[in-house]
Design a protein around this ligand. Structure first.
Ligand SMILES: *Cc1c(COP(=O)(O)O)cnc(C)c1O
Length: 351
């Protein structure tokens, strides 16, 4: 049976070039700063993001918590969107590990937060209040249709953080998806940020790892935080070798994932019983909903999986599909015909 696994871009496998580079990687003890391959990855990552320094970490979650620990002390407050991965999917580590207070403002459907609301959330100096230290944004925004945050928005964000002397962290797990979709270099998208985390192991296909970038002093603090989090990985160059190719060989092909997601959303829009807004799809993530009274999301996902198409139900009516390497245009066609069948009808003819 054909298999099209659209649950996440985290399931991508390392390429042949990556496996070869991993096999041949020159290694050392990274906790002593002596793994040449990790050092090379960090240098390349810092350059690509336009920052002074970088730190290889085990995961995006580790990168985000290490960054928060490096920016904030206990009892400090961060402002972030209520749909942020850091708020939603990282076990409340901000509070549990960092002792840092979260102040959420609603995310707009495009992943932005209203900057007037963010500004209103900044605390004044008052003995009753925690101190606002950090604004945290996500680009692209996972739970908001994978939407990229553009330069104009980032410029307004920069004014806000400057006015209030806040630090700015970008959870850029998929920052290269944003860069490719907008046709804007990643370093420009994060130019105003004090720190950025990005994932090597999603659409870029490395088997594991993320990188945190920022200035030298910030990276020293993040490196300390990584150690206490248990992230001192010793001969991690074996993973970093794949990470280097993730950055140097795998970025441009993300455009294929975006084209596949666009076509998937357009095809879904023609299937009765499915609600999707193709205009919201700019990268590799498609959210759609089904009428839960007709067919709950979990039932549809189960039906689809019996035909080899896998997606994630993220609510009673909400389903997410993510395109990635090596999903093809033919896989998208198969997905659409399977989806029509599971919805109990022929594929409608688009007008
Ligand atoms: C995947 C992801 C992360 C990190 O996830 P890990 O599984 O810890 O690597 C962080 N932020 C966003 C927006 C993500 O999509």
């Amino acid at each position: 049976m054909k298999s099209v696994d659209l649950r996440s871009d985290t399931i991508t496998l390392p390429t042949k070039n990556m496996r070869k580079a991993m096999y041949e990687a020159e290694l050392g003890d990274d906790v002593f700063g002596e793994d040449p391959t990790v050092n090379r990855l960090e240098k390349i990552a810092a350059e690509v993001m336009g920052k002074e320094a970088a730190l290889f970490v085990a995961s995006g979650t580790m990168g985000n918590i290490a960054s928060q620990l490096a920016h904030c002390g206990r009892g400090d407050e961060i402002i972030l969107g209520d749909q942020a991965h850091v708020f939603f999917y990282e076990q409340g580590g901000t509070a549990a590990v960092g002792g840092i207070h979260s102040r959420t403002v609603p995310n707009l459907p495009d992943g932005k937060i209203d900057l007037a609301l963010a500004e209103a959330a900044v605390r004044s100096e008052d003995i009753h209040f925690p101190r606002t230290r950090l604004l945290l944004l996500e680009n692209t925004h996972n739970r908001c249709n994978g939407n990229p945050l553009d330069l104009a928005y980032m410029d307004s964000v920069a004014e806000l953080v400057r006015r209030h002397d806040l630090r700015l962290h970008i959870d850029g797990a998929r920052i290269f998806n944003a860069a490719v979709a907008l046709g804007t270099p990643a370093k420009d998208l994060v130019a105003h940020a004090d720190s950025v985390t990005f994932c090597l192991s999603k659409g870029l296909c490395a088997p594991a790892g993320s990188v945190v970038c920022g200035d030298r002093e910030f990276i020293l603090r993040a490196r300390r935080a990584r150690k206490v989090l248990g992230g001192g990985m010793r001969q991690a160059g074996i993973l970093a070798a794949a990470g280097i190719l993730a950055i140097t060989e795998m970025v441009e092909r993300l455009a294929e994932d975006h084209a596949n997601a666009t076509n998937l959303a357009a095809g879904m829009a023609a299937i009765k019983g499915i609600s999707v807004n193709p205009d919201m799809v700019h990268t590799n993530i498609v959210f759609f909903s089904v009428d839960e009274n007709r067919m709950p999301a979990a039932d549809l996902v189960e039906k689809l999986s019996k035909e080899g198409v896998r997606m994630l139900a993220l609510g009673p009516s909400m389903i997410r599909a993510v395109t990635h390497h090596p999903i093809t245009a033919a896989d998208i066609e198969y997905t659409l015909s399977t989806l029509s069948r599971c919805m109990g009808q022929q594929k409608a003819v688009a007008v």
